[in-house]
Design a protein around this ligand. Structure first.
Ligand SMILES: Nc1ncnc2c1ncn2[C@@H]1O[C@H](COP(=O)(O)OP(=O)(O)O)[C@@H](O)[C@H]1O
Ligand SMILES: [Mg+2]
Length: 277
């Protein structure tokens, strides 16, 4: 690599093995994400995408290998240090959208309350600012999640993920369950917030339109590792069956036709990890 500046990666996964019983999910997996990047993680169902996110969040234990986030190793670091780094990321997972028993306000306030460091006035202001940020009117603050549309729930969950002003955002299938229009407007929201705030994003998505609009780099999880990692154009050019199926079906080609031109300027060298061993 000929990186002139010494910018530290936000995420560094090295030689990762994830094993459930006899079942090997990740075998010697490598992944590096640089600050400000939007990296999409794609792979077949059950290939280990969510588990990889959970590893990076410190929710699973590597069988072997190491994971660093913000340069700090997740394995062997002091719990107080790990707690500190958890404050520096936000998570938007498909399942854990919102707590149904809490109004919008309390859902967004939750990460702030957990820190026990802010007074009520500050929490109120922060929640309202985050509602503004995701284009939800403040009058919805005291509504219950069941009174809201799927698109609004996603925006509010995003507001909660961003309430601690994270440097890193995890998104697992952010547009799943949204119709194409809502999905497109949610993608535009993520894009504009990322451009404004500059956070790093790692995202799992099956949705090609989402992937094409947002990704700086695409990581393909197949054969238990990140088999290909590069710009969309680079990844699409490899001959792997998963890639062909995923990108070069009718829907894929349509999404790719709408890709911004800069995606076709190879920014980095595609990494081809051999699948031997
Ligand atoms: N806690 C667990 N115990 C046993 N197997 C698991 C556990 N979590 C995930 N798996 C298995 O690991 C594989 C990868 O799962 P997952 O990461 O959810 O896939 P993806 O998100 O790519 O669809 C699946 O076969 C799943 O059944
Ligand atoms: Mg998953």
């Amino acid at each position: 690599m000929s990186n002139g500046a010494t910018v530290e990666p936000v995420i560094e996964v090295h030689g990762l093995w994830t094993v459930f019983g006899e079942y090997v999910v990740h075998r010697d997996l490598e992944l590096t994400v640089m600050p400000g990047e939007i990296v999409s993680l794609v792979g077949g169902s059950g290939s280990g995408k969510t588990t990889l996110m959970r590893q990076i969040l410190g929710l699973e234990n590597p069988h072997r290998g190491s994971i660093k986030v913000f340069g700090i190793p997740l394995q062997g670091s002091h719990p107080a240090l790990l707690k500190k780094i958890r404050r520096r990321w936000g998570v938007l997972f498909q399942e854990g959208a919102l707590y149904s028993a809490l109004p919008v306000f309390e859902n967004i306030a939750l990460p702030l309350r957990e820190l026990r460091a802010f007074d009520e006035g500050f929490i109120h202001d922060m929640v309202m600012l985050k509602l503004d940020m995701v284009d939800i009117e403040r009058r919805h603050a005291w509504k219950m999640p069941s009174d809201l549309s799927g698109g609004m729930i996603k925006r509010i969950a995003l507001a909660r993920a961003l309430v601690l002003e994270p440097e890193l955002l995890f998104l697992d299938e952010p547009t799943a369950g949204l119709d194409p229009d809502r999905s497109e407007s949610f993608v535009r929201l993520i894009q504009s917030l990322q451009a404004k705030l500059g956070f790093t994003v790692i995202m799992v998505t099956h949705d090609l339109d989402t992937l094409v609009s947002l990704s700086d780099r695409v990581a393909v999880l197949a054969e238990q590792k990140i088999l290909f990692y590069g710009s969309l154009a680079e990844v699409v050019a490899v001959g792997h069956p998963f890639v062909k199926n995923f990108f070069l079906g009718e829907r894929g080609l349509r999404a790719l036709a709408a890709a911004p031109e800069q995606m076709y300027v190879p920014a980095q060298t595609v990494i081809r990890n051999s699948s031997g061993g």
